[in-house]
Design a protein around this ligand. Sequence first.
Ligand code: PMP
Length: 390
Amino acid sequence: MEIPPPVELKLPLIVPHKVLMGPGPSNAAPRILQALSQPVLGHMHPELFTIMDEIKKGIQYIFQTKNELTLAISASGHAGLEAVMCNLLEPGDTVLVLVNGIWGERAANIAERNGAVVQKLQKSNSNDNFSIIEIENAIKGYLPKLVFVVQGESSTGIYQPLDGIGEITRRYNCLLAVDTVASLGSVPMFMDQWKIDALYTGCQKIIGVPPGVTPISFSQKAHNVIFNRKTKIPVYYLDMTLLGQQWNCFEKNLPRLYHHTTSANLLYALREGLAIVADEELENVIERHQRCAERLYKGIELLGLEFYIEDEVKRLPSVTTIKVPKGVDWKNVVDYAMKNYKFELSGGLGPTVGKVFRIGIMGYNATPENIDKTLQILKEALAYSKNDSK
Ligand code: PMP
């Protein structure tokens, strides 16, 4: 062989233990890591179909929906966003995107790639959310086919309440899609009650599963739109009419379709992640995250630091954004935590780059002990980096 085996691969794999207190991924619970190491099953094996059915029930539970078209896509959170756009939009359709951070921007970008006419409802400040009146006025003005909202903007830490938006989208006969990648499990979600037509979340945040699978669900109204398109769904891999057949979402006597080779092991992990939420019960999971967030807020105040989102009710419990104090280089702080404690704190993203620290409170990591440790390390790292900058 002209190219020899790489010498690096002769060495054992070494992965350090880190505490991931950034905006995701979070550390996986031991039960999830154990599930990952179970034997591989074929993607058309009946045992795996049973596991997929159980996952579907788990997703219906965490989304609070009875939607039949509910499944997990074999890809990270972006694929949920792509799937919403490529299944629900056709060239020339208008989509209204609420933008107050990077994820709204990205949704607009992806919608445009699908040939849609993109209208943005934008905030001049990325540290604020949208009022129901602002949203209704924009819908009235643009009469879009689809409205896209991010419930938890992990780039800014802003929380967008959803209650009431679905009534408006129904009144104006448009669809409502929501990104809950960073928020689900830390704030309430009632997909059916809130009349949401498309919803997806990330597995690697509050559910605590290694990245790579994305729970998603479509309402009956969205289902009808998908099946009555004039043009073909442009992305085969994310085509819900086919994925729905693989996941047995349509008539029960339809044979399962081989659409793609699902990762059996990631599905075991997702099943365990959902089972952990079911064991603790969703209300308790949300409460635990909120209690941890309150503990963090108190500690941040005691350290004399300022929040990027002043109004506490507008803060996303799972991602807290803290202003970088004057005279401090954010990177020194983050590097100090990693170097000395193998602890991940994060800097900003998109509109908050260089301006904030982002602290994630997610899943297995959402404990009072981890919050206290975060505060202790942050205090130490800030003192170090202030001295360092003198
Ligand atoms: N939406 C939001 C709100 C997110 O926080 C993220 C991930 N940070 C994504 C979408 C994209 O997810 P992924 O990185 O898993 O593709």
